[in-house]
Design a binder for this molecule. Structure first.
Ligand SMILES: Nc1ncnc2c1ncn2[C@@H]1O[C@H](COP(=O)(O)OP(=O)(O)OP(=O)(O)O)[C@@H](O)[C@H]1O
Ligand SMILES: [Mg+2]
Length: 247
């Protein structure tokens, strides 16, 4: 982000600001949040392109819709363009001309250089499945960085718990919650935190004893929450990190 925030200084030092990056990792680990965080820190407009909402029925199909969306965006002075689930439009080409995904993948490959031509624009793509992307898409020159967004470590889980516990954090043994939520993504923690608070709230409505959400409420909520991460998902992510990361 620094070279984007301070382009003049970056140029002085021969640092090239990134024009396009790709984020990969299991669902709910914070890829979308990361992209929004970059936009908010830079104070650049955030535009999300939804592959599933590109009109495929009209003449020219998906490829034409995609090209038009990029043309519209060219009118913005600065922009973070975010494309989530990019595998929907950039998956491995089967090699047969009839493959309907083929045209749109090619179109995206063609559009990226034009997007890269301008300063003050950053393309952020995200995917849960980097291994299904077309290798041509990932070649250096298109994306400056390929960034893993992995499961939160204990320090990160502590921060996420703190955020979602809000005032309740003071009355709770955070350490135990962090240990009990080992396979949790930030999304899972958010869910469990809400569930724990809800339990305490319902108890208050029923009995009115004025007891705030307790460590036990949250531990119980954790036990009732199915973690997104599995051993297999972690193994795949470690392999992908080995094979694809470029930073
Ligand atoms: N660093 C963080 N701190 C606090 N909450 C977070 C953080 N990262 C993500 N979250 C929360 O976790 C939830 C999921 O995050 P997000 O949507 O960014 O994940 P994702 O990787 O984009 O998921 P998907 O692969 O399903 O698109 C959101 O509700 C978000 O607020
Ligand atoms: Mg997302």
């Amino acid at each position: 982000m620094l070279p984007l925030a301070q382009p003049a200084l970056a140029e002085q030092y021969g640092v090239m600001p990134p024009k396009a990056v790709i984020l990969f990792g299991p669902p709910g680990t914070g890829k979308t949040s990361f992209a929004k965080g970059v936009a908010s820190r830079l104070e650049w407009p955030f535009v999300e392109l939804f592959p599933s909402r590109l009109a495929s029925s009209r003449e020219g199909g998906l490829a034409t819709s995609l090209r038009e969306a990029f043309t519209d965006l060219a009118e913005l002075e600065t922009v973070i363009l975010f494309i989530d689930e990019v595998e929907e439009i950039a998956s491995v080409r089967s090699g047969t001309a009839v493959d309907p995904g083929h045209g749109v993948t090619n179109e995206l490959l063609k559009l990226i250089p034009g997007f890269r031509d301008h300063d003050d624009r950053l393309l952020i793509c995200a995917t849960n499945s980097i291994r299904s992307l077309d290798p041509a898409f990932l070649r250096p020159g298109r994306f400056d960085y390929v960034i893993p967004v992995g499961p939160p470590d204990p320090v990160a889980r502590t921060a996420v718990w703190q955020r979602y516990l809000r005032p309740a954090a003071a009355d709770v043994d955070l350490q135990r919650l962090v240990e009990a939520s080992e396979m949790f993504t930030p999304a899972d923690i958010e869910f469990a935190a809400r569930k724990g608070a809800q339990t305490a709230f319902e108890r208050e409505v029923a009995h009115g004893k004025g007891t705030p959400p307790s460590t036990e409420d949250y531990l119980q909520a954790i036990a009732q929450t199915r973690p997104t991460l599995t051993d297999q998902a972690l193994k795949d992510f470690a392999e992908d990190t080995e094979q694809y990361v470029r930073m």
